[in-house]
Design a protein around this ligand. Sequence first.
Ligand code: NAP
Length: 259
Amino acid sequence: MTKKVLIAGFTGAMGQKVIKLVNSLDDFEIVGGLSPEIKYEPKEYGLSNEVKLFNQRDAIPDQFADIWIDFTTPSAVYENVKYALTHHIAPIVGTTGLTDRQEDELSLISKKEKIGGLIAPNFGMSAVLLMKFAKEAAKYFPDVEIIEMHHADKKDAPSGTALATAKMIAQNRPPHQSAPDEVETLSNVRGGDYQGIKIHSIRLPGYVAHEQVMFGGTGEALTLRQDSFDRQSFMNGVKVALEKIDTLHELVIGLENIL
Ligand code: NAP
């Protein structure tokens, strides 16, 4: 049976890629789009004219769609996913910026409402593999720093991927403090700190999404790097999520957990 999809953030850079992806899949049909500023008719956004456009979340009826794909903004994503879960629409979430506490709360709602979904800070295969390799390397190289580089319009920092990478590294590395006696003579010059792992966020025009994890050891170093040069690179992961969403009975965090 064809699954009905609503795209939150359909006017955005990622939303536009998702429209093309879903339109190319036989088993899925876009029935709705959500974005605060709707200026044109659906066809101007690559949608059929039957697609219903909403500029307010609360106007979306219960069970309006089977799947809610979210590529919006850090300030909207928590309420969006909560709305989807409580209206029995399975969320596939690419928007970054959710806090640990918000993720925990959404997981509880998902269990209560008995509806599964996926939150993936990165849908790119290269980023998912980088996180996996970094987690493994952390066992042997506890001195590590993360540099993430994104386009200048990115609203949140650090990137969801950098934070997810730091969390995975923290699970595997022995307790450790790099450079414990350092003094910053320029504030924040050493970057953000997640459990002793420094994260540096770079925002520049021309970049899309890139991450480098640098491990240092005695007389040696290991650098892992991934580059997403085009937002199309995230669509393979979104396709996998669409294909597997029916098998998810709770809210899963991380694409790697459904591959
Ligand atoms: P973007 O071009 O700025 O698009 C944001 C979209 O969200 C627009 O359609 C915007 O609508 C809409 N929006 C804003 N406020 C909203 C609200 N309150 N409710 C519903 N929709 C709202 O951003 P983008 O580059 O597509 O990125 C979107 C998100 O995806 C970001 O958080 C980014 O970090 C994340 N991302 C994730 C991945 C991944 O692999 N997980 C990859 C790339 C990006 P208007 O135009 O009407 O304001």
